[in-house]
Write a protein that binds this ligand. Structure first.
Ligand SMILES: NC(=O)c1ccc[n+]([C@@H]2O[C@H](COP(=O)([O-])OP(=O)(O)OC[C@H]3O[C@@H](n4cnc5c(N)ncnc54)[C@H](OP(=O)(O)O)[C@@H]3O)[C@@H](O)[C@H]2O)c1
Length: 340
């Protein structure tokens, strides 16, 4: 149990060594191979002590990259507020050891400036985020989604100006389509504010950035790639092997629906967990190793509803890359037979 007001980080927090950190594209930044996301479990419906213990456990174990967004909660803004409280109480002396990311683009406040990719929304939202998190600047600021209605140049110029204002050190884009991504990478590079990383979803159940060419385009441009939901919201962590636990995301949240757990998927997940056990690994670790073995992936951003869960994800960060045969074998497990 942590005493928040007398928190002193473990002297061993970097004991995992260099193998735990990976270079983000062709930048100067190293990110932990396993980073922590605050989408769920940090809002105002969760006991503050639990959220704090996950954050402090992360930092104590070398996880120094925290991924937030203006709207993470519930309620929107609450995850940034929780983070801000932990900053003030415990992590303030360690600010220079932290890499804090936030985003803007999804619905945040009422009226025409409360979402999407206008300069007005991005700048106002970042100011609000800094206040909630008790920070002077964020390390990384993303546009959270592609806005088909705002001129790309307006969104991208706002990112450039945000870096020039000192409110963010680096910028990134999340879930942009391929053509717009290529345009953004060029635009930002030409203005000497190269895109640090692209955030997209890669996991054993969803390989879209691999098949669409996003990952290779980003990698070739020297931009990093961080993968969100690498455990498919818990499906790949063995969470649903014995049915649907009462305290699970599937019970609580609309983002993971019961209908997704088809008999076919249950069978595949059971085989995957059995294989992990035969290899002496947790399913979470094996699933994360598959993502981390994709050329161009810098870091996986995991979620956790307890410090123990996060602890199970960490060994993947320092484990060797899987071989081509191992990768293919795992992909095979989840393939849908042709004609099905
Ligand atoms: N850019 C975007 O649009 C976008 C979208 C989504 C997410 N993200 C980012 O990605 C982060 C991670 O997303 P995610 O939370 O969906 O990631 P995830 O790692 O795929 O899923 C995390 C959930 O899996 C379960 N879990 C984790 N470890 C486990 C273990 N060892 N055993 C059993 N269950 C385990 C927990 O669910 P239970 O609650 O059931 O315990 C946990 O909350 C977010 O916090 C956010 O920062 C970004």
């Amino acid at each position: 149990m942590y005493d928040p007001l007398n928190f002193r980080a473990s002297d061993d927090r970097y004991e995992r060594g260099e193998a735990f950190y990976r270079r983000c594209g062709r930048s100067g930044i190293l990110l932990p191979a396993v980073s922590l996301g605050l989408w769920k479990n940090f809002g105002d419906t969760v006991p503050y002590e639990r959220s704090r213990s996950i954050l402090l456990y992360a930092f104590d174990h070398g996880v120094c990259h925290f991924d937030l967004a203006n709207n993470y909660g519930p309620h929107a803004g609450a995850a940034e507020q929780t983070f801000g409280r932990v900053m003030r109480e415990s992590l303030h002396p360690y600010r220079d050891e932290l890499f804090v990311a936030t985003k803007a683009g999804y619905d945040m406040w009422q009226g025409p400036y409360g979402n999407w990719g206008s300069r007005k929304h991005l700048m106002a939202s970042l100011n609000q985020s800094l206040q909630r998190m008790s920070l002077d600047y964020v390390d990384l600021f993303y546009t959270h989604r592609f806005d088909p209605a705002t001129p790309l140049d307006e969104t991208l110029q706002a990112l450039v100006d945000i870096v020039k204002s000192g409110k963010a050190l680096y910028v990134g884009i999340s879930r942009w389509p391929l053509d717009a991504t290529r345009y953004a990478l060029n635009f930002l590079r030409q203005r000497d504010v190269p895109c640090l990383c692209y955030q997209g979803r890669i996991n054993l159940l969803d390989r879209e950035p691999l098949t669409s060419g996003i990952l290779s385009a980003v990698r070739d441009a020297g931009c990093g790639f961080v993968s969100f939901s690498p455990l498919a919201q818990g499906l790949l962590a063995g969470r649903y092997n014995q049915g649907i636990p009462e305290n699970s995301r599937m019970r609580r949240d609309v983002t993971l629906r019961e209908e997704q757990l088809t008999p076919d998927l249950c069978q595949k997940l059971a085989r995957f967990c059995q294989l992990a056990a035969e290899r002496g690994e947790t399913p979470a670790s094996l699933a994360l190793r598959w993502v981390l073995s994709q050329k161009g992936v810098t870091s996986v951003i995991v979620g956790a509803s307890s410090a123990e869960q996060l602890g199970q994800s960490l060994p993947a960060a320092s484990a060797p890359a899987l071989s081509e045969e191992e990768l293919a074998m795992l992909e095979c497990l989840f393939e849908t037979p042709k004609g099905a």
